[in-house]
Design a protein around this ligand. Structure first.
Ligand SMILES: Cc1cc2nc3c(=O)[nH]c(=O)nc-3n(C[C@H](O)[C@H](O)[C@H](O)COP(=O)(O)OP(=O)(O)OC[C@H]3O[C@@H](n4cnc5c(N)ncnc54)[C@H](O)[C@@H]3O)c2cc1C
Length: 518
């Protein structure tokens, strides 16, 4: 078990030598008994957060900001590391330097305020990969690729590439930009609402307040066709973006689809230089009192006769503590946690109905160090009007994205320099398939993810309070509409606001009456 004690908490305990002594004694007890609850200050509200991904980290971070020192936050994480679906591969490259390559969530959109601002505030750096080229692969050939100025074959020209896209997709591209921009403007309203202390009991209420709920009820394909976008744009550019982001075609819900298109049409992206997992790590370090790694929560019992430390958490047959409130920051469909209500007359298992029937897409990330077999990937559509010069002299684009038409076994292949490639695929790659792509190679890492919900609208959205009237909050209720780092951070702030209002009402901004906005 790892425990981070916040400096403030330590200062508080250091006010007298007696307290120091007490701390030393209880610390010794903690090590001896392995029971962290023995260190707790009984005057504090005790909150458990299950999951140390960005959702759990955000809950802890915003709760601390709201409540200050009156809350004791305990984070429980099943794995031996923090970050969940943010995970980097460390590899020593040809120049002898260690580099990080993102295995899970790789890019963060610039307009994602929480990820951008909090990472800066916590001293993390941003890295941006500029000048990358891309191509759209229909399974047999590149139907589009970034364009180069004849005298610069290294970096593509954004201007020429935009012209090329306009030439291929015409008015549909302009329409797409304006639709995505409109969705983004609505999405950005969440920041003002949360700053003003507004919270939402259900994901439906949250997306409705932003005027976006209707997009969760229809497919992206339906929404875009309704606005007259061409089939070609949908199958190629839009299809490729959704396959790489969600491993799904345009039948996913329109909200998830629009959000995944934002970086393409409305801004740039960055990654955390120290690795994207450094963001949840820094947020937890700055806000939680205890971080318990390798502690899978398997069972929660709710003591219906007590309001004090009402929620008792178990890891296997070990009780890990009693809490006043519980934040669940992991998809419950995958977490296999059982819930029981303890009554004077016995124990009743609680079934969380709206969690059934949600499946998660499997996505494989495969990292390869090797030499690409360029001839496998540089076939070009005959009708392409571009000259060989502007296509970058037949070089393979840095990233190749499979369009909706592609029957190929990969959804994307990206080159990160130093002959390191990341391949996303819906299933594990077979050796014969990797043999096709590389002339010589070594597989560095393979990771199977239960990556994101399988979106199929109309979506039935979940509640941030999965058990009525209980102080149990579910961050990932937000994920059934859209799955992204920033979306989990928003979910985390929402549950922090709900929890604050329920457990620490004097500390919390009053809920704004929606009628005030009329
Ligand atoms: C391959 C891939 C690529 C992606 N690319 C991007 C991208 O480029 N940009 C982007 O914004 N998003 C991307 N995403 C989505 C993004 O990673 C997720 O939406 C986000 O990280 C989810 O964070 P979370 O905290 O809600 O969940 P998670 O990160 O899944 O965190 C949940 C944590 O809970 C822990 N846990 C589970 N069960 C228990 C238990 N019983 N007890 C204790 N702990 C438990 C897990 O081990 C995990 O650490 C990608 C996802 C994948 C898989």
């Amino acid at each position: 078990m790892l425990a981070y004690e916040r400096q403030r908490f330590a200062r508080h305990l250091c006010i007298s030598a007696f307290f120091l002594l007490l701390l030393a004694v209880s610390w010794a007890q903690l090590e001896e008994e392995g029971n962290e609850s023995s260190t707790s200050d009984e005057r504090l509200g005790k909150v458990a957060v299950v999951g140390s991904g960005i959702g759990g980290a955000s809950s802890s971070y915003f709760l601390r900001r709201l409540v200050g020192s009156e809350v004791e936050v305990h984070v429980f994480e099943a794995e031996g590391r923090v970050g969940g679906r943010c995970k980097a591969l460390k590899h020593t490259v040809s120049n002898g330097k260690e580099k990080l390559f993102e295995v899970g969530a790789s890019i963060i959109f610039d307009k994602n305020h929480y990820s951008r601002k909090i990472s800066r505030e916590l001293g993390l750096n941003h890295s941006r990969s500029r000048g990358r080229s891309f191509g759209l692969w229909d399974g047999r050939r590149l139907v589009f690729q970034s364009l180069h100025l004849p005298w610069n074959q290294t970096n593509p020209s954004p201007f020429l590439t935009s012209l090329g896209l306009m030439a291929r997709y015409g008015r549909s591209l302009i329409l797409l930009k304006s639709l995505v921009k409109k969705t983004l403007d609505s999405f950005l309203k969440i920041y003002d609402k949360q700053e003003a202390g507004e919270s939402f009991e259900t994901a439906e209420e949250l997306w409705s307040a932003l005027g976006l709920f209707h997009l969760t009820q229809e497919t992206l394909g339906e929404e875009l066709r309704l606005h007259g976008l061409s089939d070609k744009l949908l199958r190629e550019l839009v299809g490729a973006v959704n396959r790489v982001n969600y491993n799904q075609n345009n039948s996913l819900n329109a909200l998830a689809g629009m959000v995944s298109l934002c970086p393409l049409v409305a801004g740039s992206v960055f990654a955390i230089q120290e690795g994207n997992a450094a963001l949840p790590e820094a947020m937890i370090r700055s806000s939680a009192d205890f971080l318990n790694l390798k502690t899978r929560i398997t069972r929660v019992t709710i003591n219906s006769t007590s309001s004090d430390r009402r929620y008792v958490l178990w890891s296997g047959d070990k009780e890990v503590g009693g809490f006043d409130a519980l934040v669940l920051a992991t998809p419950l469909e995958l977490a296999t946690i059982e819930f029981f209500r303890i009554r004077p007359d016995g124990e009743e298992e609680l079934k969380l109905d709206d969690l059934s029937n949600i499946d998660f897409r499997t996505t494989h990330s495969t990292f390869v160090h090797g030499t690409l077999n360029a001839s496998r990937l540089t076939g070009v559509e005959k009708s392409l009007w571009m000259s060989r010069m502007v296509r970058g002299r037949g070089r393979v684009p840095d990233s190749i994205y499979a369009t909706e038409d592609s029957q190929d076994f990969f959804t994307s292949i990206s080159h990160y320099g130093h002959e390191i490639y990341k391949i996303f695929s819906p299933r594990r790659l077979m050796k014969a398939e990797i043999d096709q792509l590389f002339t010589v190679y070594k597989v560095l890492e393979e990771k199977e993810w239960k990556a994101y919900p399988h979106f199929h609208p109309p979506e039935t959205l979940q509640s941030f309070r999965p058990i009525a009237d209980e102080r149990i909050y579910y961050v990932n209720a937000i994920e059934k509409a859209v799955s992204a780092v920033e979306v989990s951070a928003i979910g985390g702030r929402n549950v922090a606001l709900m929890l604050c209002r329920d457990v620490f009402p004097s500390k919390c901004p009053k809920q704004r009456d929606p009628r005030e906005e009329l």
